[in-house]
Write a protein that binds this ligand. Structure first.
Ligand SMILES: NC(=O)c1ccc[n+]([C@@H]2O[C@H](COP(=O)([O-])OP(=O)(O)OC[C@H]3O[C@@H](n4cnc5c(N)ncnc54)[C@H](OP(=O)(O)O)[C@@H]3O)[C@@H](O)[C@H]2O)c1
Length: 250
């Protein structure tokens, strides 16, 4: 089969496409014929050796795929050949085939196309868990999303609206904010041009927000933390800026 390989740690232009031996599913595993693979922020980290998982070289990046079950290993009872699934593998997805444990698959309906399915788990799964399970976001509350035009940010806007919240999207330019608007954001803040704290104050009439969703880190985190109302919840989702928020100095 063909696979995109990371043979040396570095940037995406160092990846190569090569013929590699086929894979065989072990006990509890399934072989998936990959139809589409999502591209996410962690893919850019794992190929540089900067992610929390560091596979041995060479490896294929690609953390989530959608495809069809092609072969079953021993002791697989929850899936059958031909099932359409999403598989979450952390790496290995940029290839024609992928082997994963059956527990790392989710069946998808015939109505969900492979491209959509392959970009579903990491962004929507993360944002759903963050907003629903951790922040307990409720209808009528106000949600501030930083880096709101990015992968997890867009999912947070859509899910925040679906949960009945008022959503404030913050991003660094007008083009990105227009994407946020198209995805349902109620209020927009260009945090490159406007002071985040002052803008939130104006939008919430001094009350602050109930939940902050922060996939960016860096200088806006502290401002957003101070933007919260009494009883607010702050979701630390990621550090796309490369800078981790330190609460010690606040
Ligand atoms: N905790 C989890 O389970 C989980 C799951 C998925 C992703 N994540 C993490 O969440 C973060 C965002 O992921 P994503 O998929 O939304 O990424 P993305 O689509 O690339 O979006 C990241 C956003 O961060 C902002 N940003 C600020 N400084 C940046 C920089 N130096 N480089 C790149 N972006 C920068 C940008 O928005 P502006 O220009 O508008 O500021 C950008 O749109 C990553 O750190 C990722 O690892 C965490």
């Amino acid at each position: 089969m063909r696979a995109v390989l990371c043979k040396e740690l570095g940037m995406p232009d160092g990846l190569v496409l090569e013929e590699v031996p086929g894979l065989v599913p072990d006990t509890g595993q399934v072989l998936i014929s990959v139809q589409a693979c999502g591209v996410n922020f962690p893919d850019t980290l794992i190929i540089q050796g900067k992610y929390q998982f560091k596979p041995d070289l060479p490896f294929s990046p690609g953390g989530e795929v959608a495809g069809v079950v092609k072969k079953l290993g021993p002791d697989v009872h929850s899936l059958k050949v031909g099932d359409r699934v999403i598989a979450f593998s952390t790496w290995g997805g940029f290839a024609e085939e992928l082997v994963v444990d059956q527990s790392r698959t989710v069946m998808i309906s015939d109505k969900m196309d492979f491209e959509r399915a392959s970009a579903f788990i990491l962004t929507y799964g993360t944002s759903y868990h963050a907003l629903k399970d951790r922040a307990l976001l409720r209808a009528g509350e106000t949600l501030l999303v930083l880096g709101a035009s990015g992968g997890v940010g867009i999912a947070a806007i859509q899910l925040g609206k679906a949960l009945g919240a008022t959503v404030i999207a913050a991003a660094s330019n007008a083009e990105k904010l227009s994407v946020c608007k198209q995805n349902g954001a109620d209020h927009l803040i260009n945090y490159s041009e406007n002071d985040l704290r002052q803008s939130v104050k104006e939008i919430t009439q001094g009350r602050g927000v109930d939940v902050v969703y922060d996939p960016v880190g860096g200088s806006f985190s502290e401002k957003a933390l101070r933007d919260m109302s009494w009883g607010g919840r702050f979701l630390v989702v990621g550090f796309a800026s490369g800078e981790i928020l330190s609460l010690i100095h606040i």
